[in-house]
Unconditional design. Structure first.
Length: 256
């Protein structure tokens, strides 16, 4: 079975209150690309600001429409809650989009890595070359490989850098790639063969996902066909005949 792309889920109902929830929030921000020291504080401040703005806007609209009633207060509270959860939905969307970009571009990056390794470059130099070449077409992967190159230049062990690559992105394919590269480096096997096998398996999964979406297209087209296209076709085909019948039959019926 192939791995499906991530889906949006309903956000948490409360801000982080313990270390575990704070760690989970940091991981989500990291997967979305926000890795600064003030990312968590900025995100929580954004949620509070959105809640206050929606509260003031909802209160004004509710008072104008319903007056100072309990229904107006309830609607204002509901709008404020919507504003409070809106940044969380945006964060989920950014995480999903970033993972999708990595998933779609990783096979091409692995092919380029294979070419660089077979040309005689080491893994570190190959990752640097891939980061330079893919900066325009797949900037997310280029950024991640650039971070790996920077960590390697700072003296971190390669296995720690590769493990961190899979952890901070949250993509299962990168985690499996890191495990394969660590094992190949540890046991002295060919890195090019490991990269080629991983690239082929990812292309097969990407093809399977495309085939699944193509199979679902016929079912998804039923609703727009029935709601929007068939009524127009019915009017175009049956309309002239109905008008002609009305012109011929109604005078005859009224004459009788």
């Amino acid at each position: 079975m192939y791995s499906r792309k991530p889906r949006l889920r309903w956000p948490n109902r409360s801000p982080p209150t313990n270390e575990q929830e704070m760690s989970k929030l940091k991981q989500e921000l990291t997967e979305a690309g926000f890795r600064g020291e003030g990312a968590v504080a900025g995100y929580l401040a954004l949620r509070s600001i959105c809640a206050l703005l929606f509260l003031f806007a909802g209160s004004g609209v509710s008072v104008l429409c319903y007056g100072f009633t309990q229904a107006a207060a309830f609607r204002a509270f509901f709008i404020a809650a919507l504003g409070f959860y809106l940044p969380t939905l945006g964060l989920k969307y950014l995480v999903k989009r970033r993972k999708t970009q990595i998933f779609l571009g990783l096979p091409d990056a692995l092919d380029l890595l294979v070419v660089c390794v077979e040309a005689g470059l080491g893994l570190d130099q190959a990752m640097r070359r891939v980061a330079e070449e893919m900066n325009k077409c797949y900037p997310v992967i280029a950024y991640e490989f650039g971070v790996c190159n920077l960590q390697l230049q700072m003296g971190r062990p390669r296995h720690e850098v590769l493990t961190d690559l899979g952890t901070r992105t949250g993509v299962d394919d990168l985690r499996s790639l890191a495990s394969i590269l660590i094992q190949a480096d540890r046991f002295g096997s060919s890195i090019a063969n490991a990269l080629r096998v991983q690239s082929d398996s990812m292309r097969v999964r990407r093809q399977q996902i495309a085939e699944e979406k193509a199979a679902k297209t016929a079912v998804k087209l039923i609703f727009p066909l029935v709601l929007f296209i068939f009524p127009g076709i019915f009017v175009v085909l049956v309309g002239p005949a109905g008008i002609q019948m009305a012109r011929e039959m109604f005078p005859a019926m009224s004459g009788n």
